[in-house]
Design a protein around this ligand. Structure first.
Ligand SMILES: N[C@@H](CCC(=O)N[C@@H](CS)C(=O)NCC(=O)O)C(=O)O
Length: 218
């Protein structure tokens, strides 16, 4: 089998989404940082969008977590992470899409405003409102879920949602949006359960270790 290299950082929820999928399928892969650093010319050659993750296989670089996950399902269909029923499959995609576009997307401005000095409060307020809006959508999509987003097993929806929910627990509260999951019982119940799944637990631990390493940086 051609070697799989996942170019990512430990704290990237998009990178961990792919790592969860690869580990669940038992596919060996090597995880590494972008060559030359995130903004380097070497990385631009791999992905002109300069975003991680990028999956490299046989000299081909594939960026964008959703595209990577779909490719991995096509290449390595067993065990599948796509629900069997077409409607459930659509629900899984809806959850992944909501997480990407309406929850994690609006979180980006928060990272630029972590320091109180020079914080743009208007930008932060608008980001928090957008995140809450997305979370309300997710609360609805997950209202029928138990330990997994769809049915009784792990799907691509869980790979996408769990790492982002860890970010939701960490970042919005820094800006005063306290307990964003507590206000949403379906999300709270879902996240408390899904984070116990062993492959997901490992990915979340990598993110937390990555955060700790950042904090301890001189
Ligand atoms: N839509 C992309 C988003 C990827 C993304 O935003 N990655 C962040 C890390 S979590 C990144 O590479 N940021 C680098 C930068 O903004 O310069 C995906 O799903 O892969």
């Amino acid at each position: 089998m051609e070697a799989l290299i996942l170019c990512t950082s430990d704290i990237s929820p998009y990178g961990q989404r792919v790592a969860i999928q690869l580990e669940y399928k038992g596919l060996p892969f090597k995880s590494q940082r972008p060559p030359g650093g995130g903004g380097s010319e070497a990385f631009r050659q791999l992905n002109p969008l300069l975003r991680v993750p990028v999956l490299m296989r046989g000299g081909v670089a594939i960026p964008e977590s959703e595209v990577i996950c779909e490719l991995v399902e096509d290449l390595f269909p067993c065990p599948t992470l796509r629900p069997e029923d077409p409607l459930d499959r659509a629900r899984a995609r809806l959850i992944s899409r909501t997480v990407d576009l309406y929850v994690m997307g609006p979180m980006t401005p928060l990272f630029r405003n972590l320091s109180r000095r020079g914080r743009d409060e208007a930008v932060v307020a608008s980001a928090l409102a957008a995140i809450s809006f997305g979370m309300d959508g997710l609360e609805r999509w997950l209202s029928g879920s138990s330990e997994f987003a769809i049915g009784r097993g792990l799907t691509l929806a869980d790979c996408a949602a769990a790492p982002v929910l860890l970010h939701v627990e960490r970042y919005p509260p820094i800006f005063g949006l306290t307990d964003p999951l507590g206000a949403r019982p379906a999300l709270r119940r879902y996240f408390d359960k899904v984070r116990e799944q062993p492959v997901i637990a490992k990915a979340l631990a990598r993110i937390e270790d990555g955060w700790a390493a950042l904090q301890n940086r001189p």
